[in-house]
Design a protein around this ligand. Structure first.
Ligand code: PEP
Ligand code: MN
Length: 368
């Protein structure tokens, strides 16, 4: 079910300077007053105005640096007062929220592990009742869009309307190039459900390593996301947490300079006419695809009836292997990737098998 969210647009948050994209930068963790001030000063000189630093750190293993805790909020307050920057940090409990409010924190975010826990989200939401600061919600560690939206709803229900999200990727057991899997389709789905929802990407936690931060940042902008949260440290090699993924402020400046910001739309008449024509063509092709799929399914149902009459099992793997082989060769000829063709045809095949199963009136032939 589509749920409504009341959202205050990000340009009314009074946090980000005008201009695209919106950038939040700062160290994974506040480690010392010198590190915080030095990092913030160098970030500020890039024109970035929103400073992040973790005060309480949810670490995977015990006996690692779990954040400096409440005393670090005084350093953030210095960043705010001396450099005029806006300050934000992660909260994971009611107490964190109260401490942040005491020290004038301008925005808070819920970390991935917190979003995954409705009890904590509710507790934090209650602490934020009647408070007007913006709250960003990172995706939960598992790729569960409803859990993510549920956290937004809990905040919305207590009156927090300056809400936004941060996509930082999802945990996987498989070894992948990045620390957390982007699963961009989830971001795209959330974006299309709530187009007004301020949407950030955190390429640092998604990448897990500095070498992939730029490609992820560019991808985010290409998808039309609003901004980036990038971990930045005055001396990353000495960082007490997430050392591999933090940029120096100067590297951040270079990266921001290289990013290509795409327009959401254009007033150019020629562009509009061309894009409208191309979209009309796509619409016709999509209709055809559906018609062809429906025709295929009709035949598949006939085959199902026929198999039933002759008491034949639904699945003949050798037949399916040869279909896949054929479509993959054909797909390659048409310049379609192997991954796309297999995903598409496996989906078509699964739907056919399900229809034939229904015809047979038995679940004994389920799946592949
Ligand atoms: C962080 O931003 O430092 C952090 C802990 O992020 P996440 O919740 O995405 O792991
Ligand atoms: Mn971090």
């Amino acid at each position: 079910m589509e749920r409504r969210l009341e959202i205050v647009p990000v340009n009314e948050w009074d946090l980000f300077p005008q201009g695209q994209p919106l950038v939040i930068a700062g160290p994974c963790s506040a480690e010392s007053e010198i590190q915080v001030m030095e990092t913030a000063r160098r970030i500020k000189s890039l024109g970035v105005n929103v400073f992040r630093a973790g005060i309480w750190k949810p670490r995977t293993h015990p006996n690692t640096f779990e954040g400096i805790g409440t005393p670090g909020l005084k350093w953030l307050q210095r960043v705010k007062h001396e450099l005029g920057m806006k300050i934000c940090t992660e909260v994971a409990s009611e107490r964190h929220v109260f401490d942040c409010l005491k020290y004038g924190v301008d925005m808070v975010w819920l970390g991935a592990r917190t979003t995954a826990n409705p009890f904590l989200v509710q507790e934090i939401a209650e602490a934020l009742r009647d408070v007007d600061i913006p709250v960003l919600v990172k995706n939960p560690v598992s790729p569960d869009l409803d859990l993510w939206v549920g956290a937004l709803e809990r905040l919305n229900q207590v009156g927090v309307k300056k809400i936004g999200v941060i996509h930082r990727g999802f945990s996987t057991f498989d070894k992948i190039k990045y620390r957390n899997s982007p699963e961009w389709q989830i971001a795209v789905e959330l974006r299309s459900r709530y187009p007004q929802l301020p949407f950030f990407c955190d390429p640092s936690h998604m990448a897990g390593s500095t070498e992939y931060i730029e490609e992820i940042s560019q991808r985010s902008l290409d998808l039309g996301l609003d901004g980036l949260m990038i971990e930045t440290h005055c001396d990353p090699s000495c960082a007490l947490s997430d050392a591999r993924q933090q940029l120096t402020p100067e590297q951040l400046g270079e990266l921001l300079g290289r990013l290509v910001v795409r327009n959401q739309d254009s007033d150019n008449v020629e562009y509009k006419e061309n894009i409208d024509q191309l979209r009309a063509q796509i619409d016709v092709i999509d209709d055809n695809i559906l018609y062809i799929l429906a025709s295929r399914m009709k035949i598949s149902r006939k085959i199902g009836e026929y198999k039933k009459k002759n008491n034949i099992a639904i699945l003949q793997t050798s037949r399916w292997d040869s279909v896949l082989e054929k479509v993959m060769a054909k797909g390659a000829e048409y310049g379609l990737s192997e991954k796309f063709v297999t995903t598409l045809f496996n989906a078509i095949h699964d739907a056919s098998v399900q229809e034939q199963n229904a015809i047979l009136g038995s679940s004994s032939q389920e799946g592949k």
